[in-house]
Design a protein. Sequence first.
Length: 348
Amino acid sequence: MNDEPKKELTPYRLISRHRAALMGFCILWIVFYHSSIVPHTAIVRYFKGTAYPALDMFLFVSGMGTFNSLAQHSVPTFYRHRLQKLVPIWWSYFLVRLVVGRLRFGLGYTLQEAVGFLTFTGYWVPYPNCANWYLYAIAFFYLIAPGLYGVMRGSRSPLKTSVILMLGVWAVSIPFIGHHGLQVFSRLPAFLLGMLFSAYFKDRQPPKVITAVSCLLGLGIIFAMERHVQLHPEDYLPMVDRGFFWYPIILCSPPLAWYLCRLFDWIERTPLRIVNRALDKTGLAALEILLATDYLFEGTFDWNDGGKISFLLMAGAIAVGFVYHFVIEKFRIVWRRLVRPRVSEEAP
């Protein structure tokens, strides 16, 4: 028997272990925020209104995975893998919007709008009907990731490099204050921080006091701003245009991701582990759930009642997202079977 005390997992390894469950939790929080449900209790109302860290945690984890992928593959292979992941979902989503949009709203796409949608560029023009901004953001982040990775790998001073890169991406976002692109560039620090986390902190324990203070400070700022907006709704858009809801999140999203994964690690050792299994499945279907709920909420806006109907619409939209994920995964399997024989025939 080994009587040595069990070594505590580093935050990096803990988050990596429960990555799918974390993503599942985050997408459910985001969907709840997007829904038309009107909570009747203050705690639930504030939970719904302060979902901003969920997206940053999502991007933080994506940054971790991006760095690891670039460490294992060449840049062309990295791009190919990312396109293979995004394109089937995004292009099939375009077809759904094309058909349902015509039937439900009488809306169509011009050639320029279609090209902008399919090439992940329509948001930047911007074209109308370009759909969820997140896909354009993550495609852009993947595009510049090899450059960020090269700087990190070539650095002899991790701390200096981290500070310079973080200040750099914050500086780049400043010209977008008041512009719709701010919601992308103000989130780039979270993605970059995930890459830095994988690059330099895999085997390091953070200062626990500083981590806790950072998390509480970030959550406190977001809570205070949400309270202000509930009392003064007219201030919401001006605050959004200036990034007040986005910049402070970097203080709390990485620590919160760690704390949640510590919770998932505890749940794993209890009879409640089925919760983790459910969140894992949800995390794997997160992108499809995001797109399905986004479009169904848009298409059923006139059915909402803020109560039971809105809840049923949310649950139904999540179910559609799971079905969408299932169909996409089946398509991937069929596609691989069709492509592999050709590759084998062409091989010398």
